[in-house]
Design a protein around this ligand. Structure first.
Ligand SMILES: [Fe+2]
Ligand SMILES: [Fe+2]
Length: 272
């Protein structure tokens, strides 16, 4: 089972650049082309939030258009730049599944690894929240199938990263989420976005991580007083590959035109 994770695509309306500088639509086009060229093809694509930049309907229309070439089913969660209603319009089949739940949360049951999408949005804030209602929903879902490998995916990471300005946009309820996750050892990963760079940590008895943005990255600055800044480091995405014998093995891929691949040679001989 191959799971692709893309995140923080930050799509703007036609003709607009993110922060006056980043053509996020062009970057997403490149990401979609890179994922479309993967062999073997992924089974599904997770989108861990900040899919558009301001939550506008025109942005979601553009996002849908840009994602159309992907043949694998798409499973989004909302980030602090998203609007739940816009997300629901862009993904009507999923929205039907989350009906009756005030939050955009759902499970995916169709593959060996079970997936649980969580809604960490706190409307009007860049920070995130997991309230008691959302966490009791998570606890109930995890209690249903204790023996099945499970991935939880959400926008805001529940751990501090050391990048001061991002940690100040953290997740209220993270300690309570840790208590829930700790009770359910079948959770293999908590996959997040928001940080615009790949970060991993052992957390609540599992592995929690963030993924690179398909466009701009948050500057790697581990000072508490780090100013809010982005850099145009190579964009990327992640592949979480599951096999019964190995469990989940996670890869980070850079998106771009790079020299190679070249064979490995030593003294004129091919080596492996
Ligand atoms: Fe973002
Ligand atoms: Fe975010």
């Amino acid at each position: 089972m191959l799971i692709v994770q893309i995140t923080d695509t930050h799509i703007k309306p036609q003709g607009r650049l993110a922060y006056g500088r980043v053509d996020t639509a062009l970057f997403l086009e490149r990401a979609v082309a890179a994922i479309g060229a993967l062999v073997p093809a992924p089974d599904l694509v997770l989108l861990t939030g900040d899919l558009v930049d301001s939550g506008g309907a025109d942005e979601y229309d553009r996002l849908t258009e840009l994602l159309r070439p992907l043949r694998a089913p798409l499973f989004p969660v909302a980030g602090n730049h998203d609007e739940r209603s816009g997300l629901a319009r862009a993904f009507p089949e999923l929205a039907a599944r989350v009906n009756g739940n005030p939050f955009f949360q759902y499970t995916v049951e169709d593959w060996p690894v079970r997936l649980i999408g969580l809604d960490t949005v706190l409307p009007g804030s860049g920070a995130g929240e997991l309230c008691a209602e959302r966490l009791s929903w998570l606890d109930a879902r995890l209690s249903e199938q204790p023996d099945r490998p499970t991935i939880v995916f959400q926008h805001h990471p529940p751990f501090a990263t050391g990048i001061g300005h991002m940690d100040r946009l953290g997740l209220t309820g993270a300690a309570a989420q840790a208590a829930v996750i700790r009770r359910h050892p079948q959770v293999e990963r908590v996959l997040c976005g928001h940080l615009h760079r790949p970060i991993q940590v052992r957390w609540a008895g599992t592995l929690a991580s963030t993924a690179p943005s398909t466009a701009h990255q948050v500057a790697l600055d581990l000072r508490d007083e780090a100013p809010s800044a982005f850099v145009m480091e190579p964009p990327g995405y992640q592949i979480h590959a599951w096999r019964a014998e190995t469990g989940i093995v996670s890869h980070t891929a850079a998106i771009g035109a790079f020299d190679g691949p070249h064979p490995f040679f030593k003294d004129g001989k091919l080596i492996d």
